[in-house]
Design a protein around this ligand. Structure first.
Ligand code: SF4
Length: 384
């Protein structure tokens, strides 16, 4: 299947170049604790050996940054650092990575005496000095509040686009062109829409595609495939990540899934006739990373999937998130949401907090809320 790729710029990330018609790079992110250098090196190497073009690592503290410097010495993977709240850590990590990802929606947390423009200039200066590429990574659950409040609550796409375009314009004005953009949502149809609309206006900017919190296989792969087939098939997308909730030893399956989808699209083996069925139960869960508050998260997500099987025919979305950084925001749009703390799991119904419960108590609490929701929807008690 010949695909007319968008005329994106070439962006070099360590030993690879994406964009400008180069092969679509498949990437992943380590879910080990960054300060556990041995475990993180082992996972980065496993991902590299499985074909990861880029391996991303979360850094949230100076101690994480120290560990990253050590990890750099022990892997030849192209490394990207994931900065969420603390952009100032960039100066500690830039010398040790090939790419810096920042989230426009989290820049406001630190440096309240600085404008967002100054924070971006600071990041771009560091990237330029250290030969790093940059990703402007916009996520549906952490969109810049200043953008979100300008639009209707049910319009999640326009604020994401406005945030991305604004950051692109500023970075362009700084004469820096080694950057890519990502626009992620947990709903594949929104991922298609937001990336298509971005590429229409900025066909020159390479795109990192992903359905965020896609969940556990096989559903997580199916959701991702639906979005990727429709975008890559139209020449949109220069690097991809399949975000799957998996135990650490199985993390390289993200690379297999990404590789298979890209190869299938190019071979014309597409299944996009499959519509994302939003009339059924939808479990969204994050792929975990170094920020996960409790290692029990991956098992919790699997237990939620198992326990809620009886409700599979109800149009209900349940979100299971690993930490406080993206948990609270990413669960707002779900009917029921769980986000993990070190000892307790926070239960929400939409934006309403229902309390924090121990890891042993949370499943029965969730089931009670799910039964109540089903009763609300059907006017009769469901549950078994
Ligand atoms: S929700 Fe937290 S633990 Fe999960 S991937 Fe996002 S940052 Fe990592």
């Amino acid at each position: 299947m010949s695909i007319q790729r968008n005329p994106t710029r070439p962006v070099t990330i360590g030993s690879i170049t994406i964009g400008d018609g180069n092969p679509i790079a498949v990437q992943s992110m380590t879910a080990t604790k960054t300060q556990d250098v041995d475990a993180t090196v082992a996972q980065a190497e496993a991902l590299r050996e499985r074909g990861a073009g880029v391996v991303r690592i979360a850094v949230d503290s100076a101690k994480d940054a120290e560990a990253l410097a050590e990890i750099r010495k022990r892997t030849t993977a192209n490394l990207a650092v994931d900065l969420q709240e603390n952009f100032r850590l960039a100066e500690l990590v830039a010398p040790h990575v090939d790419k810096i990802r920042y989230n426009p929606g989290h820049l406001y947390h630190h440096g309240r005496d600085m404008t967002w423009q100054d924070k971006v200039r600071y990041l771009i200066d560091l990237a330029g000095t250290n030969g790093c590429a940059v990703r402007i990574g916009v996520n549906c659950g952490s969109v810049d509040p200043a953008k979100k409040e300008k639009y209707a609550a049910d319009d999640s796409i326009t604020p994401m686009l406005e945030s991305a375009f604004e950051h692109c314009e500023l970075v362009d004005s700084l004469g820096f062109h080694q950057f890519v953009v990502s626009l992620k949502d947990s709903d594949p149809t929104k991922v298609v829409e937001v990336n298509r609309r971005f590429a229409e206006q900025r066909p020159d900017v390479p795109l990192h595609l992903g359905v965020t919190e896609a969940g556990m296989p096989p559903e997580g792969i199916i959701k991702t495939r639906i979005a990727f087939e429709q975008l890559i098939g139209k020449g949109i997308g220069d690097t991809v990540r399949v975000s799957l909730t998996l135990p650490n030893p199985r993390k390289p399956e993200e690379i297999d899934a990404g590789r298979e989808i890209v190869d299938d699209v190019y071979a014309g083996r597409v299944r996009s006739v499959v519509r994302f069925d939003d009339t059924k139960l939808n479990i969204i869960s994050c792929p975990s990373c170094s920020r996960v508050e409790n290692e029990a998260f991956v098992d919790l997500a699997a237990n939620v999937k198992e326990m809620t099987e009886y409700a599979k025919d109800f149009a209900i979305t349940i979100a299971v998130m690993g930490c406080r950084v993206n948990g609270p925001g990413e669960t707002d749009d779900a009917d029921l949401g769980l986000w993990c703390g070190p000892a307790k799991v926070n239960l929400k119904k939409g934006e309403e907090a229902l309390g924090a419960f121990s890891y042993d108590e949370i499943l029965p609490k969730l089931k009670a809320e799910l039964d109540a929701l089903i009763a609300e929807k059907t006017g009769s008690a469901a549950g078994v």
